[in-house]
Design a protein around this ligand. Structure first.
Ligand code: NAP
Length: 332
């Protein structure tokens, strides 16, 4: 079995930049992600949203940023294992070397170091409590927006009071025929400025309302029955699409089982992005340290730090600081 210098678990922005940077440092690199596509949340959760706080991009669509990151990572041809769920990492002795064996649902991988860039973890959208046939999903019930066009000129019902629900209500207010947002209380988790924007936009906001039933005819949604949770009073809305943004379920217990030191739902790292396991690093949203900022920009910086220290872990004689990439005379 091929031994990699670094195996990056997570193909989101931090993992992809880490992969590029590992290539820059001459490391034989592998990226594993449970999702079928690279880009992490950029691709899976908000591909059509603009991101404004990435260095060098005044504004960029999340899906375009993901594509650029994947293109940048591809320069050094990392091995890619997509749609593969890692179940364990463990130290093993192979050919006189101490290596990490990364076990997935499909394969085993051997690596000198590991970079955990799991973002928020393998989070799945929280489902409604009511029974919803699976073939309704991505037809007229949506837990994520893969394409805004699916909602053009439609009567859309959005459920939730967090940033996802409110951001989409704002985006759809200029695209859909009618947008109704229901939220179970009158306090929003979403940032105040977005809520204020939603109030100015053409969004029918109904607080203290929840979904009771979905009426489907000939395989298509017709109506949503909503109710006021203070009085029980019901209302019928004509709908073509229902977007459910009621948060995510994250289970990170497996990281504790791998022996990682955790701080709530995050992996504890030091200033070198080292975890408590030798040769195992972490970067991005999943990594926790004193000065933590969960930004794509800081995730990239943390990935570069982790990779540089991984280089010296593999070869203690290697330079930690490689110099500026503009001085590397790369033929790429
Ligand atoms: P979230 O912040 O967890 O909000 C979920 C919302 O759904 C809450 O308002 C919650 O109500 C409601 N909810 C939960 N369970 C429900 C149920 N069974 N029935 C009805 N309503 C229910 O989720 P999110 O909006 O997807 O955001 C996730 C994270 O991503 C957050 O940290 C968010 O800030 C971030 N995010 C950021 C941006 C951005 O920066 N533009 C965009 C998207 C997401 P309660 O408030 O009553 O609990």
């Amino acid at each position: 079995m091929d031994v990699y210098d670094i195996t990056i678990i997570g193909g989101g922005p931090t993992g992809l930049f880490g992969s590029f940077y590992a290539g820059l440092r001459g490391l034989k690199t592998k990226v594993i992600d449970v999702l079928p596509e690279l880009g992490g949340q950029l691709t899976a959760l908000y591909p059509e949203k603009y991101v404004y706080d990435v260095a060098g991009h005044p504004k960029i669509l999340a899906k375009d940023l993901a594509k650029n990151l994947a293109t940048q990572a591809a320069i050094f041809k990392p091995a890619l294992c997509l749609g593969e769920k890692v179940s364990n990492i463990a130290q093993v002795e192979e050919g006189g070397e101490t290596l990490w064996k990364v076990q997935s649902d499909r394969d085993e991988h051997l690596s000198k170091t590991v970079l955990l860039a799991l973002g928020a973890g393998a989070c799945v959208p929280k489902r409604l409590d009511m029974e919803v046939p699976t073939d309704w999903e991505d037809k007229f019930i949506f837990y994520a927006v893969k394409s805004k066009e699916r909602f053009r000129d439609k009567d859309v019902l959005i459920i939730g009071g967090g940033d996802s629900a409110v951001d989409w209500a704002n985006e759809f207010s200029v695209l859909a025929n009618k947008v109704t947002l229901i939220h179970r209380r009158d306090q929003f988790r979403a940032v105040q400025s977005s809520v204020e924007e939603m109030k100015r936009n053409k969004v029918n906001i109904k607080t203290f309302y929840e979904l009771k039933d979905i009426k489907v005819e000939n395989g298509d949604v017709k109506e949503a029955i909503i109710f006021d949770n203070r009085t029980g009073k019901e209302e019928t809305l004509k709908v073509d699409a229902i977007l459910i943004n009621i948060g995510f379920v994250i289970n990170l217990d497996f990281l504790r089982e791998w022996g990682l030191s955790m701080d709530k739902n995050a992996i504890v790292v030091n200033e070198k992005m080292e975890t408590n396991l030798p040769g195992v690093y972490s970067a991005g949203d999943i990594a926790s340290h004193m000065a933590k900022l969960k930004l794509i920009a800081t995730g990239a910086a943390e990935a570069a730090t982790a990779v540089n220290f991984a280089v010296t872990f593999i070869n203690p004689q290697a330079k930690l600081y490689p110099g500026h990439s503009s001085n590397l005379n790369l033929s790429i």
